[in-house]
Design a protein. Structure first.
Length: 312
């Protein structure tokens, strides 16, 4: 379901609840009022039926609702805060898109940033919010890379406020330090401004009250991501070609490590690995991603890049 359609359904459901509550308060003598409210309720129920929840949109969209100190009810929002918050969210999306495409370097210009552009297409009610959408031709049928990036960015920000620490650690396994750094700036802005947030995109609908904002800002500040390539000595225990997974016995210091195999290696190549490399002394070139919290390693993931004969 598109973000706008979901918001419309939420608003209609809220109206239905309000009308139903009024109907319950009416006495038997309030005939005309009852007829009017029942007609309104029927109209709202027809609207819900027309907003098909199964229909999904192929293009990106997200809604950001703000509350707290920078907001005056549904009347207005501080322009400096709003501009900074929307810009940082856009920056997170751009970096997630570049990271997914494999082109985000450790520093420098974010590649193909123009492809990540979202447009503010509406101001939405419910505190004070903005609807941001990808502007594409109407005939777009396939899910766009930007939609995937917006959904991934939203899920990532959702994980920062998640009370479960393990779910948060699982979510940050896939990101890099630049994405994490921009998430830190985003949540620092929320905390320092005394703002609250509701973020809606795809299947994600997450509200960040003051406690969740503080939790997210602390996590973003205390977490770092390190990506390195290393060579390990040992023996291949085996690979699962279709799943692109491996096990490698790296000696007493590291033990048996497990992880993914680089997608650049084909299924046929991995089948050959099982024939030629199992229990053979080898050097394994691996990419290692380490997640640190307050300086301590909390997650370590391996991706097998290549194998070579010992010493080659």
């Amino acid at each position: 379901m598109s973000t706008l359609r979901k918001l419309e359904r939420d608003f209609v459901h809220a109206d239905i609840a309000a009308v139903s509550g009024l109907l319950e308060q009416l006495g038997d003598e309030d005939v005309m009022a009852r007829l009017g409210l029942e007609a309104r309720l029927e109209e709202l129920q027809q609207t819900i039926a027309q907003l098909d929840p199964a229909k999904d949109e192929p293009t990106a969209s997200a809604a950001l609702f703000f509350g707290g100190r920078p907001v005056i009810g549904a009347r207005g929002i501080e322009s400096e805060f709003a501009g900074a918050a929307v810009t940082k969210f856009q920056d997170i999306v751009a970096k997630v898109l570049a990271h997914e495409a494999g082109g985000l370097g450790q520093r420098g210009i974010v590649p193909n940033k123009g492809a990540s552009t979202l447009h503010i297409t509406n101001i939405v009610r419910g505190s004070f919010g903005f609807l941001m959408e990808e502007v594409r031709p109407q005939q777009q049928l396939m899910e766009t890379p930007l939609k995937v990036a917006v959904d991934e960015a939203t899920k990532l920000l959702d994980a920062f406020g998640e009370p479960d620490e393990e779910q948060f650690r699982s979510a940050v396994e896939t990101i890099d330090q630049r994405v994490l750094g921009t998430a830190r700036e985003f949540f620092d802005l929320m905390r320092q401004s005394g703002a609250t947030l509701r973020l809606v995109a795809g299947e994600t609908d997450r509200s960040f009250g003051a406690e969740a904002v503080a939790r997210a800002a602390e996590r973003a500040t205390s977490t770092t991501v390190e990506d390195t390539d290393e060579t390990l000595q040992g023996q291949l225990a085996g690979v699962l070609p279709d799943a692109h997974q491996f096990e490698f016995r790296a000696g007493p210091d590291r033990g048996t490590i497990r992880g993914k195999v680089d997608r650049a290696l084909t299924t046929d190549q991995l089948t050959q690995f099982n024939r030629d490399w199992v229990n053979v002394d080898a050097d394994a070139r691996v990419h290692v991603k380490r997640i640190f919290r307050s300086g301590a390693v909390v997650r370590e993931n391996y991706t097998l890049l290549m194998l070579a004969r010992r010493g080659d």
